[in-house]
Design a protein around this ligand. Structure first.
Ligand code: ZN
Length: 398
C-alpha cells in the first residue's frame, strides 16, 4: 500500500510532472519551469562522457580496486578502466590520484563513524536543496556563497553546510557530486567546520534499485557492462559505506533540517531524531519495504521525513498540515524552525510565519536562478548564483 502511495506522490509532485492540485501557497501556477531536461540515448553517440572513480575497498582487504568508464564519440565506443593495488590490512586511509580524465586527488576512509544529530553554538549555516547530479552548478554556487575557493578548498571556517538530500538521480554528474561532497566533508572537518549530507528519498531509491530517475548515461553504462547501478554503492565501495553512515535528520542551534519534512503523524509517534536516523540506516543495509512494520513503516513511508509532502500542498494522501500541527512538531523536537527540500519552488520560500522554510530551488531548471540559504546570527540571506543576495524575510516579520 505504501509503495502505491509513493508512486502516486511522484505523479503528483510539482517537480517533474506539475501539480494536479491547486497550491495552497501564494505562488502562481507556472512558477516552475515545466520543461524536463531529457538526455536522449541518441546523444550518447555525439557526447564524450565518463564516470568514476568507483572505489572498491573494504577494511582489512589486501587489494583496492578503482573503476572508471568512458565513452568516446570519435572512436564510437566505450571503455572500462580498472586499477588495482595492494593495501596493508592495517591501513585506515588510502590515497589515490585520479586516472584518465580525472585530475583529482582522493583520500578514502576504510570505515565511517555515524555523526551526531544535534549541534549547538554554530555561527553560520549554508543550506542547499536537491542537487540531483548538477555538479557544475553545485560547485559554482558554493564558490559564490563563500564556502569554497576556485580550487575547491574549504573557506567557510567553522561554518556548517547542510545538503538536504537528493544528490543522486536525474543529472549526469552524480558521481562527481558525491565525491565533491565527500571531499568537502573531510576538508571542513580539518578546519573545524562541518558538512551534513542528509539522505533524501532518491538516495533511498538508489539502494532499493529503483532506477526510474537514473540519467540515461548511467543506464547505458550499467547495461553495456552488465552490472546493477546500485552495485557501485554496495557495502564493498567507499561511497556506499559512506552513504550508509549518513543522517536523515539533524538539528543545528534551534533549527531542524530534513529532506521532506516531519509530519504530525511522525511527531505523534514520539520518534526521536536519533531513532529516525537509526531506522533509516538499518533500512539502507537491507532495503525491503515489505518487512517494515509500525514505526519503521511510518518512518520510511510517505509520511516519513524522506517522502512527506504535506507542508506545501493539499494532495489526496496529504492533508495540508495546519499551523497547530506545525507547532506540535516544533515543540516535540525542541526547535523553532524546520528547513526542508524535496518539493521544488522557484524561490527559497518561508511558510507558516517563517516556522518552515523550503529551500529546494531545482538545480536542473536553468530558467530559475539557483539559490541557497545562508543563516548567520539569526539573519537569513538568500544567495543567488549571479552573486546577488537578499534578506529572506524582507517582506515579512521575522
Ligand atoms: Zn525528494
Amino acid at each position: 500500500m505504501n509503495r502505491i502511495l509513493i508512486g502516486i506522490g511522484f505523479l503528483l509532485g510539482f517537480y517533474s510532472a506539475g501539480s494536479q492540485e491547486k497550491p495552497v501557497l501564494n505562488y502562481s501556477e507556472g512558477d516552475l519551469c515545466t520543461q524536463v531536461v531529457v538526455y536522449p540515448l541518441d546523444s550518447l553517440k555525439t557526447t564524450f562522457f565518463y564516470d568514476g572513480p568507483h572505489v572498491y575497498w573494504q577494511p582489512g582487504k589486501k587489494h583496492a580496486k578503482v573503476k572508471y568508464y568512458s565513452f568516446s564519440p570519435i572512436k564510437k565506443r566505450s571503455k572500462k578502466h580498472v586499477y588495482k593495488w595492494e593495501v596493508k590490512p592495517t591501513d585506515t586511509v588510502l590515497y589515490f590520484e585520479g586516472k584518465e580524465h580525472d585530475k583529482n586527488k582522493y583520500s578514502f576512509l576504510a570505515s565511517f563513524q555515524n555523526t551526531p544529530s544535534e549541534y549547538t553554538g554554530v555561527g553560520k549555516i549554508l543550506v542547499i536543496g536537491d542537487v540531483h547530479g548538477e555538479y557544475d552548478r553545485l560547485v559554482n554556487i558554493l564558490r559564490i556563497a563563500g564556502v569554497v575557493d576556485s580550487l575547491h578548498n574549504w573557506i567557510f571556517g567553522k561554518g556548517h553546510v547542510v545538503f538536504t538530500g537528493d544528490i543522486v538521480d536525474r543529472g549526469e554528474q552524480v558521481t562527481e557530486s558525491l565525491w565533491f561532497i565527500y571531499n568537502l566533508t573531510q576538508n571542513a572537518n580539518l578546519s573545524g567546520g562541518k558538512v551534513h549530507f542528509l539522505l533524501g528519498n532518491h538516495e533511498i531509491m538508489l539502494f532499493e534499485k529503483d532506477v526510474r530517475y537514473l540519467n540515461v548515461k548511467y543506464s547505458y553504462l550499467a547495461s553495456k557492462y552488465n552490472f546493477s547501478y546500485r552495485s557501485q554503492f554496495s557495502n564493498k565501495t567507499v561511497l556506499g559505506r559512506w552513504m550508509r553512515s549518513l543522517n536523515s535528520v539533524i538539528t543545528i542551534n534551534d533549527i531542524l533540517f530534513v529532506h521532506a519534512g516531519i509530519s504530525a503523524e511522525v511527531a505523534k509517534y514520539n520518534v526521536s531524531i536519533d531513532s529516525i536516523n537509526w531506522m533509516v540506516r538499518k533500512y539502507l543495509n537491507r532495503p525491503n519495504f515489505a518487512v517494515l512494520k509500525g514505526v519503521e513503516n511510518l518512518t520510511l513511508g510517505v509520511f516519513g521525513p524522506l517522502w512527506y509532502r504535506g507542508y506545501l500542498v493539499k494532495m489526496p494522501f496529504y492533508a495540508h498540515i495546519t499551523e497547530e500541527e506545525v507547532d506540535l512538531v516544533l515543540e516535540k523536537y525542541g526547535v523553532n524552525q524546520i528547513v526542508f527540500g524535496h518539493t521544488g519552488l522557484k524561490d527559497v520560500t518561508p511558510i507558516f510565519n517563517n516556522k518552515l522554510i523550503n529551500i529546494d530551488v531545482p538545480f536542473k531548471e536553468h530558467c530559475i536562478p539557483l539559490q541557497v540559504l545562508l543563516i548567520e546570527d539569526k539573519k537569513y540571506t538568500v544567495v543567488f548564483e549571479d552573486g546577488s543576495r537578499k534578506n529572506l524575510f524582507q517582506n515579512s516579520c521575522q
